[in-house]
Design a protein around this ligand. Structure first.
Ligand SMILES: Nc1nc2c(ncn2[C@@H]2O[C@H](COP(=O)(O)OP(=O)(O)OP(=O)(O)O)[C@@H](O)[C@H]2O)c(=O)[nH]1
Length: 331
């Protein structure tokens, strides 16, 4: 036999649970007047159930997206079906502050919402229930994971010393440009550049000064490229740039501007001014390299020709030139 023949205890328990559950519960009538407002709603809004009962939801909370929300609720009344509103659609419906210490980074509570049709004893939908779930912890965790992944991705693509693309990632960009050329016959230029007599800088001023010089050149390279270009640190003191939709002739302007900028600038290290120059090689895709590595090799030939011809200069790959003398060094 039941200890609670009238069901009064059960009702009491249910009311207690509705009041204390960590989920927002609101019941609205057909005119969107509030019939039930549980403890969660009271705690987060500061409005007590007694003071709000019978009042119109949209009048009491004018900041709610009333037109949009009314439409959603009307369809629940009409179709007698549940509706869901995800935080991804709208981060929140009720602008509640976020008080959770762990997820203190969010200044408001992210919410998932369910709109539930409530039937009367005669089966008519006379009310709807709005159920509000606080999903702030999940959302903030996801955002932190996403940010960490983005950071990791950036780190895996970036050269630590110069913040330019590292060789591996630069090669992916270069290959992408080469593939684009194969498909659409687009043009692009490749520039390889190398600091002249860098060994001497290291020997004279030390490795730390050498690193500063590398950083300085990288900075000038990074400053000079467009968003669609891709600059990378190819090796120790060698850099590479892919210039999209750029002929060798146009790339020569870029290269010469950069070369002059480097020659004019100096790096002050421990009170001493260090000057350096760079040599550059250019090859565009109009030269029809048979694959992307041949594109790099041809550009390298031009670079080594620039070195051989005296450094602090730019050389453009010439398909009719004889590179036998520099070929060994370029390999
Ligand atoms: N400080 C520093 N030096 C580096 C780094 N990577 C490579 N190097 C040095 O760069 C120098 C490159 O020297 P070489 O390849 O002989 O060429 P170079 O002295 O620049 O002469 P040319 O290229 O022929 O003008 C070597 O001494 C390397 O040790 C780096 O990350 N930091």
């Amino acid at each position: 036999m039941s200890n609670d023949p009238t069901g009064m205890n059960e009702l009491h328990w249910l009311i207690d649970m509705v009041q204390t559950i960590e989920v927002g519960l609101v019941v609205l009538d057909r005119q969107f007047n509030i019939q039930l407002w549980n403890g969660f709603m009271e705690n987060h809004s500061g409005v007590s159930p007694n003071s709000i009962k019978g009042k119109n939801l949209f009048k009491e909370f004018p900041e709610l997206p009333s037109e949009w929300l009314t439409q959603k609720m009307e369809s629940v009344f009409m179709l007698k079906n549940r509706a869901f509103i995800s935080w991804e659609q709208r981060p929140y419906i009720f602008k509640f502050k976020n008080y959770r210490p762990i997820t203190g980074r969010a200044d408001h509570m992210y919410q998932n919402i369910t709109l539930l049709p409530l039937a009367s004893l005669t089966g008519q939908i006379t009310h709807i229930s709005v159920i509000i779930y606080d999903v702030t912890d999940t959302v903030v965790n996801n955002q932190q994971i996403k940010a960490a992944n983005e950071q990791l991705e950036h780190l895996s693509q970036t050269d630590g010393l110069t913040q330019l693309n590292n060789r591996r990632h630069w090669q992916i960009c270069m290959q992408r440009e080469y593939d684009r050329h194969e498909r659409y016959d687009s043009n692009a230029s490749l520039i390889m550049l190398d600091i002249d007599h860098f060994k001497r800088i290291n020997d004279q001023y030390g490795h730390v000064a050498g690193d500063k010089v590398i950083q300085h050149i990288a900075h000038l390279v990074g400053q000079s490229v467009r968003e669609t270009d891709c600059a990378g640190r190819y090796g120790g003191e060698e850099f590479s740039v892919v210039l999209s939709d750029t002929s060798a002739q146009e790339a020569l302007f870029f290269a010469e501007r950069l070369r002059k900028k480097v020659a004019k600038s100096s790096i002050v290290f421990e009170g001493k001014a260090i000057n350096c120059t760079i040599s550059l090689g250019i090859c565009d895709l109009a030269n029809k390299p048979e694959n992307s590595s041949s594109w790099v090799s041809k550009t390298d030939l031009a670079l080594y020709k620039a070195k051989q011809d005296g450094r602090n200069r730019t050389e453009t790959y010439d398909p009719n030139a004889n590179y036998d003398q520099v070929a060994d060094k370029a390999e």
